[in-house]
Write a protein that binds this ligand. Structure first.
Ligand SMILES: Cc1cc2nc3c(=O)[nH]c(=O)nc-3n(C[C@H](O)[C@H](O)[C@H](O)COP(=O)(O)OP(=O)(O)OC[C@H]3O[C@@H](n4cnc5c(N)ncnc54)[C@H](O)[C@@H]3O)c2cc1C
Length: 1007
């Protein structure tokens, strides 16, 4: 491998989140010149004219979405139904879903918009083409009669009709249920070539990955046997998704992926080589790109595949680093002396890429924010691939007339490339093109059963329905063709700026910067963290507990410091906290290492903690500016001024737990300081060094040393002494209910003022799943919610309630997904689950698990690997229990209890959740809004999460804290939290005491 090749590879890593203006600047130079651009526009216009004039198949999705785009209520309803209806096993839930999605809306005939039955009938008939035919024949009466007739037949018939319609819609995008049938159908569609895609999304379990492997292998054999002869890359082929072939296809699992996935991939590639056909690796999420490329390189360089030119790969032009990827592929092909088929696509996961970058507060997006920039990138990449025809065989996958015209212009007279389209899309365009000239065109044809196609179908509906999408716009007569094929360069602002509606991830919240996240999908970042933790491993020095005398003097010093700190202007206090936030952010690696070593949290958990700590500082700083900026003037009688001001209360005791050793500690202290209090902070005995480091950072940022003093030690001596001291003006506590009670009693018993106790305690958190939920998504969220941080989060899921309709599938997936987790040293970035915090906690959990083993059904268990380092290990485990056997107290570890319920039991389930007395977090997975509403109405909990995991509350976005046994409120990271730390004072001045009521006698405004 040459240094030049390595440099190209490095550019791909470097450009992942390249600044967008720079990425666009590089693309401008690679665009066709003006005369070429004019020719492209003219050709594109001609093609677009033909596409628009082509009669639309009334059964096509294009036809349907012409009426119902995603910006319409009906289009969204369609997508929701498409996503869920086919998998719902029971009539009741299916009807609820239909009723909800089809009530209202303006469907084809719309004469009875209130009736969901009429709408459903309308819709079903529309999709099956029946109505459309009547519409075309302008026989409105007949159509209306038919619709009413179907609606009268009632729910079962309409449900059946809509399901049937759904299948018809799905058939637009799926060639056949079996590969044999697909190949037969493909043969009938000459001159099109085919690339068959075995439907299915990423695997959650090893078993699923095994099935996908078998199904790909079979597909390759069948396609090889049935395909027309030709050069390997020109014959029919197969597309594979690497995430389907391995349940943990992630950068952090690189070693495992190379050990397990690469051999599978090699066997498939050998089969394809032996059969003389092509195999293309699909492009997936941007975090998976580098791993994909490295696997691809291993295959491409391997002698085992010599002489085969069918090993292909897809490149997404919406990624800013697409040009770097093309460059690297060209170099790889030349280096490895093989011709590489490269399928250039724009990319199918744009919205997901944007959302993930925002959630992780990345420095920038991996994708462009403007569609025209994606188009520029597509053209630039196409030009590069066409230039390198010795090294690559380019395939241009697009349904965009301008894109196609641009390729033909760039290609000149060359024919050594092909176009590709998706089944069910772009038909008219390629028919027009084929009528015009003999170009090679391939159809990407998904194959598989209807239940496997839902995520694929949704992606296609999103693509067809999105406002920016070419296929959507060409179906809309209101969009002028000239605008549709306009030169993308002309659509970009000059100088270039990204789309203002999509601010940089860390600028998402208008008035506050988010803490920059670490990109854990990057190999160098993971390696650096691993090294840092290993280097720091022996750097620990014991922290001595504070003595009674030292505590006494600390209290005195803090009381003294309070006087000046509370009078420091709020803006100044805020600026200090913001400096601390910057410092925390700048020290991410150091703090992550400390949290991993002392708090035994995984690297990913530790990164989230650092972000949360910095976000707390910035959030409370902002809140202090707003709430303490000046007194609030109150209305009152003439001749009097009234104002309300907030003040710090005095010295706050902040008592924090080991499970968020940095974030909760810093959050409590920052809130108390922001509100003008001095603080004595007692960290958990297990994690004092993290706390001391946080205080050092606060002091360095400008908090006077005596305004925030550490009080390390255990709860019984230091904690108890601290809260019992009459100089303490309030307590912020996070921990168990028992300790919170003990603190409450201590506060009640001591002499002096009655002071507030802000307590955040535990939870018996439940998740309710109905039969419309997507099992894969449920399992992803259950695994994260129940087992991340070894279940040692107060928000963690403890009891999963599964509707009997989906329970078996969810449990099978869950058990498989649990087997894929790695329990181990938290300093290794591929570890999913670290140890339990200490031996007593491990023993208590162990006893609970033993009881369950004897009394409940084991659902799944993560294997404990051999050779674990010394520690208190407990593998994630899940048991099915009866509703009557719910645990009575919080089980603070990776132990999940599962209850299977029937719909008729829902009220009892809701009652049982309420009867625990806790009220912290609750998860709901359902596509039926009525179900969600019913659960939300019944719930008495602080934080409810729908169709997502129930941990990882974001500061200022999901203010966090419970009710009942789970806490006193107000919520941490919420707009009312600081109010718990303050006292209010009013100031009333009789302004008429001197002279008269001047504002009456000499008014400045109208009286
Ligand atoms: C044969 C074939 C194979 C495919 N294989 C893959 C694959 O392996 N992996 C994959 O991800 N996709 C794949 N796709 C899907 C493909 O990405 C979409 O079909 C494609 O994006 C549509 O492009 P277009 O030129 O037809 O449409 P156009 O409407 O011209 O472009 C749509 C593209 O613009 C992007 N876009 C929309 N708004 C913005 C914005 N504001 N800023 C930036 N970009 C924006 C969209 O995300 C989309 O990528 C494949 C498609 C085909 C035809």
């Amino acid at each position: 491998m040459t240094a030049a090749f390595e440099t190209l590879r490095a550019a791909i890593a470097r450009d992942h989140r390249l600044e967008e203006a720079e990425a666009v600047r590089r693309l401008r130079a690679a665009q066709p010149d003006e005369p070429a651009s004019r020719r492209i526009t003219a050709h594109a216009l001609a093609l677009a004219g033909q596409v628009r004039a082509a009669p639309l198949d009334p059964l096509s999705a294009e036809s349907f979405l012409r009426h119902y785009g995603l910006s319409t209520r009906e289009g969204v309803a369609l997508m929701c139904l498409a996503e869920a209806l086919l998998r719902v096993p029971d009539a009741e839930t299916a009807d609820a879903l239909l009723r909800e999605k089809l009530a209202g809306g303006r469907w084809a005939l719309g004469d009875d918009p209130g009736s969901w039955l009429a709408n459903a009938a309308d819709w079903a008939l529309m999709l099956t083409g029946t109505l459309a035919r009547w519409h075309d024949a302008a026989d409105e009466d007949a159509a209306a009669q038919l619709k009413r007739a179907v609606a009268r037949l009632g729910e079962p018939v309409v449900r059946g009709a809509v399901r049937q319609a759904m299948r018809i819609l799905a058939e637009q995008f799926v060639l056949a249920e079996s590969i044999e049938e697909a190949v037969e159908r493909g043969k009938a569609r000459a001159p099109y070539r085919f690339s068959y895609d075995m439907l299915g999304e990423s695997s959650r379990t090893g078993e699923d990955a095994g099935h996908y492997f078998e199904s790909y292998a079979r597909a390759i054999r069948v396609v090889a046997a049935g395909s027309r002869p030709g050069r390997d890359f020109e014959r029919d082929g197969v597309s594979v998704k690497l995430s389907a072939l391995h349940p943990r296809f992630e950068e952090a699992k690189r070693a495992r992926v190379f050990a397990e996935l690469l051999p599978r991939l090699l066997s498939l590639a050998r089969l394809a080589r032996d059969g003389g056909i092509g195999m293309t690796i699909d492009a997936e999420e941007s975090e998976r790109l580098e791993l994909t490329l490295d696997l691809f390189e291993s295959l491409a360089r391997g002698a085992a595949l010599d002489g085969w030119n069918g090993l292909g790969i897809a490149v997404q032009a919406y990624q800013k680093r697409a040009p770097a990827v093309c460059e690297w592929l060209v170099a790889l092909a030349r280096d490895a002396r093989r011709r590489v088929p490269v399928r250039l696509v724009k990319g199918a996961y744009w919205d997901g890429e944007v959302k993930r970058a925002q959630q992780l507060a990345m420095a920038d997006y991996p994708v462009f924010t403007r569609k025209a920039a994606t188009d520029l990138c597509y053209t630039a990449c196409a030009a590069r691939l066409l230039e390198a025809a010795d090294a690559v065989y380019p395939a241009f996958a697009s349904h965009n007339c301008r894109g196609v015209a641009a390729i033909l212009e760039l290609a000149g007279g060359r024919a050594d490339f092909e176009f590709q389209r998706l089944l069910g899309m772009g038909g008219a365009l390629y028919e027009a093109l084929l009528a015009e000239r003999p170009v090679a065109c391939r159809i990407y044809a998904p194959v598989g059963s209807f239940t496997d196609l839902l995520p694929y179908l949704v992606r296609r509906l999103l693509e067809n329905g999105a406002n920016t999408s070419f296929v959507h716009q060409i179906a809309d007569p209101a969009v002028a063709l000239e605008a549709l094929v306009a030169e993308p360069l002309g659509l970009l602002p000059e100088p270039y700026v990204p789309d203002a509606r999509i601010p940089l991830p860390r600028r998402l919240i208008p008035d506050r910067e988010l803490c920059l996240g670490l990109d854990l999908s990057r190999r160098d970042v993971l390696a650096a963290l691993r090294e840092r933790v290993a280097e720091d491993r022996h750097a620990a020095a014991a922290v001595e507990p504070i003595s009674a005398g030292a505590l006494d003097s600390a209290l005195a010093r803090a009381a003294h410091a309070f006087e000046s700190w509370s009078r420091t202007p709020a803006a100044e206090r805020a600026a200090i906290l913001e400096r601390a936030a910057r410092d925390i952010e700048g020290r991410t690696a150091e703090l992550v290492s400390l949290i991993v070593r002392e708090g035994k949290r995984t690297c990913a958990d530790a990164v989230s903690e650092v972000r949360e700590a910095a976000d707390f500082c910035r959030y409370y700083a902002l809140e202090a500016r707003v709430k303490f900026g000046g007194p609030l003037a109150l209305p009152g009688p003439a001749g009097e001024s009234n104002a309300l001001a907030l003040h710090g209360r005095g010295v706050f005791a902040c008592v924090s737990p080991w499970n968020f050793p940095l974030a909760i500690f810093t959050g409590q202290v920052a809130a108390a300081l922001a509100a003008g209090n001095a603080v004595l902070a007692k960290p958990a005995e297990q994690t004092p060094r993290i706390a001391l480091r946080a205080l050092e950072i606060l002091h360095a940022a400008g908090v006077p040393p005596d305004a925030a003093i550490p009080a390390p030690g255990d709860g019984e001596t230091v904690g108890a002494r601290l809260v019992a001291d009459p100089r303490i003006a309030g307590v912020a506590f996070t921990g168990s209910v028992e300790t919170a009670r003990a603190i409450q009693l201590a506060l009640a018993r001591r002499p002096g003022p009655i002071v507030p106790l802000i307590a955040e305690t535990g939870g018996m958190n439940a998740m309710l799943v109905d039969s419309s939920a997507l099992p894969e998504q449920v399992v992803d969220d259950v695994v994260v919610s129940a087992f991340q941080s070894a279940g040692q989060r107060c928000s963690a899921l403890r009891i999963l309630f599964l509707d009997e309709g989906c329970a078996q599938r969810v449990l099978r997936l869950l058990a498989g997904a649990m087997r894929e987790l790695k329990v181990g040293d938290p300093g290794e970035p591929d570890t999913d689950i670290g140890p339990i915090i200490d031996a007593p906690a491990r023993e208590a959990l162990g006893r609970h698990v033993e009881r369950l083993r004897a009394s409940a059904r084991l659902v799944g268990e993560t294997p404990l690997p051999a050779g674990l380092p010394e520690g208190d290990w407990l593998a994630p485990v899940a048991f099915e229990i009866a509703l009557e056997a719910l645990p009575e107290s919080e089980i603070f570890g990776p132990v999940l209890h599962v209850v299977i319920y029937s719909r008729s039991m829902l009220d009892r389930v809701l009652h049982a959740i309420g009867a625990t007395g806790y009220g912290l977090t609750l998860g709901i997975h359902s596509r039926v809004q009525g179900f969600v509403d019913r659960v939300v109405r019944a719930a008495r909990v602080g934080n409810i999460y729908v169709n997502r995991s129930m941990i990882g509350a974001m500061v200022g976005v999901q203010p966090f804290g419970g009710e009942g046994l789970s806490g006193t409120g107000f919520k941490a990271g919420g707009p009312n939290y600081l109010l718990r730390f303050v006292t209010e004072r009013t100031l009333t001045v009789n302004t008429a005491a001197v002279g008269g009521v001047t504002e009456l006698l000499a008014p400045t405004g109208p009286l």
